[in-house]
Design a protein around this ligand. Structure first.
Ligand SMILES: [Zn+2]
Length: 615
């Protein structure tokens, strides 16, 4: 197979100006002449990942470039080797001490040949030293048909044009003279710290451009002067910062390096509206969230339906207080999902208008209440972004969406926002263990119950206090007073009490055991007797009563539960109250299982046994 190299492209890359966008994002067919790992240890800096220098030829000339680290795998896996034909899809240019440094950001492998095509010469003899054989002969016709681009002789190297900036992805401790143009996507508070060496202040920001993100930190006086200057969402030129290895412990920003902003750091707001680094989104609809795994990140764009006030909660893990605010998002998929903002972002959140379009990048997926979303340090939020998806959403909401009703991912009404309990939902059925893990994540500040559907077997019923004497009118507890029963609420004397069940019982399934609390309907269902009859039996014949209790066990039911965090005597736990108890209808259960087998999930499970969850 022969390949057509893009003759002339090396020359164009070497002489490109920053506004030649089609050159940086085009598809250029080139051949790899050599690949070389750049020393790991340079100037005492230990690089966490290798970097590769690559020499690329267009059949007539060759240029040197660096491979972006995300492409390293291609080299390690030996897909990218000497003479490989590649299509370079994205590149950028940096300037290091007046020298142009080309970085290959994205490439695609087209094929492998076993020899050099043509007799390419170095584009700039002064930069050709280390890695490539110096050409001995003048360029000849390549073995494949060259394209018709003409090459004009021009000095190859020239000073960086004004307004040029470095991609964040290309920043490393080697460079002294860089400028990035980036958006502040996150800004911390100005924090006080104290160490053995003394006290101080610090804050950090995350800068993002289209190639990546990097965290920057400033201390003390520098922090104080820069703090008011840097605003979330705005774009800045940043230069003369010091690039160091990232302290990953303190950050989840995806970069091996971070910037230390010291006295001489230069930061200038960028007011240009053209050529702003646009955030690249890959949106999923709110409905599609159910296909994503918990803890994965995604981009969403949605209408802000409503938002809560700021709440303060104390993390049980760290004992630190945090501010949070809940946003309710809706989109065309008909779903409504809750998204949590934290700290600064929660406090300073202000919608631009009544129901703005909000785009989020890199928000984390949670499974609370079916599906939820949360901002993390590296997430960004933009209101009413000027992108087609935003305008489409606006149009939909204003014409029909505002009147639509939305469903949450938990049909049983598990989202905090859901007012009622909904009903038992077979499609949301959760094993006890899964339900328990999810319920344990109910924040302490949460006052509304969370609903779950589950199926479990009654294993044990507490016999001591199974019912209480109640007023038949208001169901309140009544007390016996000198042989007479009196209801204070209804202010009347009763002929006798009507007992009502108040039950505490253990259930289990194949994943574990839990205690449930239930009221009258639970007792009616499991004993098929009224509480009056059962109390009468208990008083008359303890043995028969115990037999009744044990006979009620080992039966399975479908339950709708309301789980609620319960702080009682410093004993913080989740209480599971039974909202509905439903005896199993075996025909219905079988039909549901047959239906399940016909779903894509069922088909997939049947196809691949290794995917099956076996308890
Ligand atoms: Zn009463």
């Amino acid at each position: 197979m022969s390949y057509q190299l893009d003759t002339g492209i090396c020359h164009r890359i070497q002489n490109a100006t920053p506004n030649e966008g089609e050159l940086f994002n085009g598809s250029h067919t080139l051949q790899v002449l050599s690949l070389k790992k750049v020393g790991k240890q340079t100037e005492g800096v230990n690089l966490p990942s290798d970097r590769y220098r690559i020499v690329l030829s267009d059949g007539v000339q060759f240029i040197q470039a660096m491979l972006a680290t995300q492409l390293n795998e291609m080299v390690v896996d030996k897909h990218l080797t000497r003479f490989t034909i590649v299509c370079v899809e994205r590149l950028s240019c940096n300037y290091v001490q007046e020298k142009r440094l080309v970085i290959i950001m994205a490439l695609r492998i087209l094929g492998q040949v076993d020899q050099k095509i043509g007799e390419p010469v170095s584009i700039d003899a002064s930069t050709s030293e280390a890695t490539t054989p110096a050409p001995e002969r003048p360029p000849q016709q390549s073995v494949v048909q060259p394209s018709t681009s003409t090459i004009t002789a021009q000095p190859a190297s020239r000073p960086p044009p004004k307004g040029n900036w470095h991609p964040i992805e290309g920043l490393s401790p080697y460079q002294n003279n860089w400028t990035i143009k980036a958006r502040v996507t996150q800004k911390s508070e100005l924090k006080h710290y104290s160490t053995q060496r003394g006290e101080g202040k610090l804050f950090n920001v995350t800068f993002m451009d289209e190639t990546g993100e990097i965290r920057a930190t400033a201390f003390n006086q520098v922090a104080e002067s820069l703090y008011p200057k840097l605003e979330e969402g705005k774009v800045y030129y940043v230069s003369k910062g010091k690039v160091n290895l990232a302290k990953k412990k303190f950050s989840n920003v995806m970069n091996d390096f971070e910037i230390s902003l010291e006295k001489n750091a230069e930061i200038e707001e960028c007011f240009e509206t053209t050529n702003l680094p646009m955030i690249k989104y890959s949106f999923v609809t709110l409905g599609e969230l159910q296909n994503l795994n918990k803890d994965s990140t995604c981009d969403v764009i949605a209408i802000l339906k409503e938002y809560s006030d700021v709440n303060e909660i104390t993390s049980r893990a760290t004992n630190r207080t945090m501010k949070k605010r809940e946003l309710t998002l809706v989109d065309k998929s008909g779903f409504s999902v809750r998204l949590t903002l934290w700290g600064n972002q929660a406090e300073n959140f202000k919608p631009d208008e009544q129901n703005p379009v909000v785009a989020f990048k890199g928000v984390k997926v949670g499974d609370f209440g079916g599906r939820s979303l949360g901002m993390i340090a590296s997430s960004t939020m933009t209101q009413n972004p000027d992108i087609p998806e935003s305008h489409a959403l606006r149009g939909w909401y204003d014409s029909s969406g505002s009147g639509a009703s939305f469903q949450s991912h938990n049909n049983a009404g598990g989202s905090f926002g859901a007012a009622g309990g909904g009903g038992f939902s077979r499609s949301e059925l959760k094993p006890l263990l899964e339900m328990k893990l999810e319920a344990n994540r109910i924040p302490e500040s949460e006052e509304k119950p969370v609903y779950f559907s589950t199926r479990a077997m009654v294993m044990h019923i507490r016999g001591e206090n199974i019912a209480y004497p109640a007023c038949e009118t208001c169901n309140k507890k009544v007390v016996e007073d000198g042989g007479a029963w009196r209801c204070d609420k209804c202010d009347k004397t009763l002929a006798g009490p009507t007992y009502r069940y108040i039950m505490s019982f253990a259930v289990s399934d194949h994943t574990g055991q839990l205690w449930f609390q239930g009221f009258n309907d639970v007792g009616d269902t499991v004993f098929e007797k009224t509480a009056n009859e059962v109390i009468e039996l208990k008083d008359r014949d303890e043995t028969q009563y115990n037999l009744l209790l044990s006979k009620a066990c080992c039966k399975s039911y479908n339950f709708l539960l309301r789980a609620k965090r319960d702080s009682y005597n410093d004993n913080n736990r989740i209480r599971y109250g039974v909202s509905r108890i439903l005896p199993l209808n075996y025909k219905e259960e079988c039909d549901a299982l047959l239906d399940l087998m016909d779903t894509p999930w069922g088909q997939q499970t049947l196809k691949s046994e290794s995917d099956m969850v076996v308890y």
